[in-house]
Design a protein around this ligand. Structure first.
Ligand SMILES: Nc1ncnc2c1ncn2[C@@H]1O[C@H](COP(=O)(O)OP(=O)(O)OP(=O)(O)O)[C@@H](O)[C@H]1O
Length: 275
């Protein structure tokens, strides 16, 4: 699955100074992946450094979601190499360091679970099959408070608005106190007030040093937080550098506002966060 890295790529991965000695949180090199038998990623390079906030932009179908799914190991690479916190994917076990907020779909609305139950599942990488301990319950309480959903803890998730539902998914990702937060279109289907709440939550996470990889439709209220933008076009990186100011995905060719879309596809799941 992981191809041998080229000499040029090896050189690029070497730290250039003592400051850079900490390994990248995400180092994806030459990622090639197919979904449903169709080539989607055609050599994607993506780096997220500790504490960095990277926005992944691009037109509909350019491969953004597939890229983040390959980062959490749920879409296997046909070629290329992925390292998480300096370890190759096949040796990486510290999934508790990663919080993942999937692209929100309406499908979860029918799940008969309470807010607290959904958020508690985010603690699974920490305690596995062991019973919940006091510190796990405290972590769930902290995450619920962080997203302003403490008073809704006993409510069914089916009764929440889009913005509240998104907050629950974010609380689930935060409950493990991750070092990397990956969010796939966190603002999709979220009202303007909740967008500001989400931006504030994200700012708090960034301030405590969490690295963030965001799939975004447009930069919007998150723009001030973003250090770097990677723009995908047709499964390739078209831009990697400063965020295109005032230009979101809306300005990119092929954008057609079909969001959010249900993930009713059947990715071949091998290893990783969702395994
Ligand atoms: N399970 C699947 N089976 C077949 N094709 C798929 C599947 N999942 C995604 N695709 C296709 O792969 C391409 C990339 O999809 P992906 O979801 O990564 O794009 P994206 O950039 O996130 O787009 P969007 O902004 O619409 O979410 C698209 O053409 C999409 O239709």
């Amino acid at each position: 699955m992981s191809a041998v890295i080229s000499t040029a790529d090896s050189d690029r991965l070497q730290p250039s100074s003592a400051e850079d000695a900490e390994p990248a949180v995400v180092s994806l090199r030459g990622a090639v992946a197919a979904v449903g038998g169709r080539p989607v990623l055609r050599g994607v390079d993506l780096t997220v450094r500790p504490g960095e906030v990277v926005a992944l932009l691009g037109a509909n179908g350019s491969g953004k979601s597939t890229t983040v799914k390959s980062v959490i190991g749920s879409v296997p690479l046909e070629q290329g190499r992925l390292e998480l916190f300096g370890r190759p994917l096949r040796k990486f076990r510290a999934w508790h360091r990663i919080g993942y907020v999937p692209q929100r779909t309406t499908a979860a609305g029918g799940v008969p679970a309470t807010v607290r139950e959904v958020v508690s599942t985010g603690r699974l990488p920490q305690h596995g099959l062991l019973p919940f301990r006091r510190k796990d319950r405290a972590a769930v309480d902290r995450a619920l408070t962080a997203v302003g959903m403490q008073d809704r803890a006993g409510d069914g998730v089916a009764n929440l608005s889009g913005g509240q539902h998104q907050r629950v998914l974010i609380a689930r990702a935060l409950v493990g106190v991750p070092d990397l937060l990956i969010m796939d279109e966190p603002m999709a289907g979220v009202d303007v007030d909740s967008q500001q709440v989400l931006a504030d939550i994200l700012r708090t996470e960034v301030e405590r040093g969490c690295a963030v990889l965001l799939v975004l439709h447009e930069l919007g209220p998150l723009e001030p937080l973003i250090d770097r933008a990677v723009v995908l076009r047709d499964g390739c990186v078209a831009h990697d550098g400063p965020p295109p100011r005032g230009v979101g995905q809306h300005a990119l060719p092929g954008h057609d506002h079909v969001h959010p879309h249900a993930d009713d596809h059947h990715h071949r799941t091998t290893q990783g966060l969702l395994a």
